[in-house]
Design a protein around this ligand. Structure first.
Ligand SMILES: [Fe+2]
Ligand SMILES: [Fe+2]
Length: 386
């Protein structure tokens, strides 16, 4: 007889507490196979409103299961499209694989309410209930096990584990507050961010590490300097420091790519490029960077725009666009003639500073025989007219 464990739940989202518990169960019960089965519509209470689609919970669980061997992530409950009952799932598995012994793996809270479940007598008859719980709950769980054994002939087993002191509800709250990273596998956290699930705001340490990975060593001080300067400028001029920080961390995210790789990204995302951008190697990373940041890091439209215009500027720039343009220009590692005056002006008069930076940039490009992008002159004219 094969031994299989069934671990169900909403997995909203799947966190490392789930994985650690199920690994402990698999090892202690010496299971040959493990089924991870996300619930479609749970019978007892509906999922919270901001929950992802069942397919997204399924995808996250598939990512989580990569850490586990002999594990199957099953869509049998999500595909049912109606209220999920464990008894139906057990029945379906027994029909398909009759030569298997089943263990239902669950946490202490679930176990204490199991008598209310649909067709619980069927569940008790055809499976063993494996319960993991916190040490302080052990006595209560053991007493309940005894009771169910006497009343229903239920077979139960206690799993020794140290369940993480985190609930999915708490974790969803943390994700909105740039917290909770440590409770999720890295690829699941990245999935949540790129799919904008749970109203997540990315943890800045994570965002920075994702960004720095894509830069060579010599650009890292520039990214860190831009981050620092952008936050200071946002604080000085009443901008949103978090948006400024995000934009600065990600602004050069594709700068390391070669021109042909930039062009491939433009093709992939349908980015329209003009005749100057196609000739000038360092311009394209603004557009491709904005798009990559949008796809992978869940940025807002404001941050997208700031990154999109950060190399050339444009007429009528927003506060965040000005902040990023200038932070990129004057961050602490930059050195060129006139920088002290420009830095000083950035904190006294933002528009005057922008005018000065734009004209310096145009002059510098002309002196190197590069045609400046006409958008920079448009940005200057707009400031002159204002
Ligand atoms: Fe840049
Ligand atoms: Fe930069």
């Amino acid at each position: 007889m094969k031994k299989a464990g069934i671990f169900g739940g909403t997995f909203n989202p799947p966190h490392i507490g789930h994985i650690e518990s199920v690994m402990a169960a698999k090892q202690q019960l010496d299971l040959d196979l493990l089924y991870l089965i996300p619930t479609g519509h749970p019978p007892h209470k509906p999922l919270p409103e901001d929950s992802p689609e069942p397919e997204q919970r399924l995808s996250m669980l598939k990512l989580a299961s990569r850490a586990l061997s002999e594990t199957v992530v099953s869509d049998m409950e999500t595909a049912r499209g109606k209220i999920s009952y464990t008894a139906d799932t057990l029945h379906e598995l027994r029909e398909k694989y009759p030569d298997t012994q089943y263990w239902l793996i669950m946490g202490g809270d679930m176990f204490l309410s199991i008598e209310q479940w649909y067709r619980v007598d069927y569940i008790f008859r055809h499976s063993t209930i494996a319960v993991f719980a916190r040490a302080q709950e052990k006595e209560k769980i053991k007493a309940h096990m005894k009771k169910l054994g006497l009343e229903y002939g239920a077979k139960t087993v206690y799993i020794r584990t140290k369940p993480l002191d985190i609930s999915s509800t708490e974790l969803r709250r943390m994700l909105k507050a740039r917290e909770g990273l440590e409770f999720l596998q890295p690829d699941i956290y990245a999935y949540i961010v790129s799919n904008r699930l749970y109203g997540v705001k990315p943890d800045f340490r994570w965002l920075l590490s994702m960004s720095l990975k894509r830069h060579d060593a010599k650009r890292i001080p520039h990214v860190l300097g831009t981050e620092q300067e952008a936050v200071k400028l946002a604080e000085r001029w009443g901008g949103d420091p978090d948006e400024a920080r995000t934009a600065a961390i990600l602004h050069d995210i594709t700068k390391n790519l070669k021109q042909d790789e930039q062009l491939l990204l433009c093709e992939k995302y349908g980015i329209i490029i003009d005749s100057v951008e196609i000739k000038t190697e360092k311009l394209l990373h603004a557009k491709t960077g904005a798009r990559v940041a949008y796809e992978e890091f869940g940025i807002s439209q404001n941050v997208y725009d700031a990154i999109f215009w950060h190399t050339t500027g444009k007429a009528d720039m927003s506060l965040l666009e000005k902040i990023l343009y200038l932070a990129d220009y004057i961050e602490p590692t930059r050195e060129f003639d006139g920088i002290d005056r420009l830095r000083d002006l950035c904190y006294r008069d933002l528009n005057k500073a922008l005018k000065l930076a734009l004209s310096m940039s145009i002059l510098e490009m002309e002196s190197r025989g590069i045609v400046p992008h006409p958008r920079s002159s448009e940005a200057l004219r707009f400031l002159d007219d204002a």
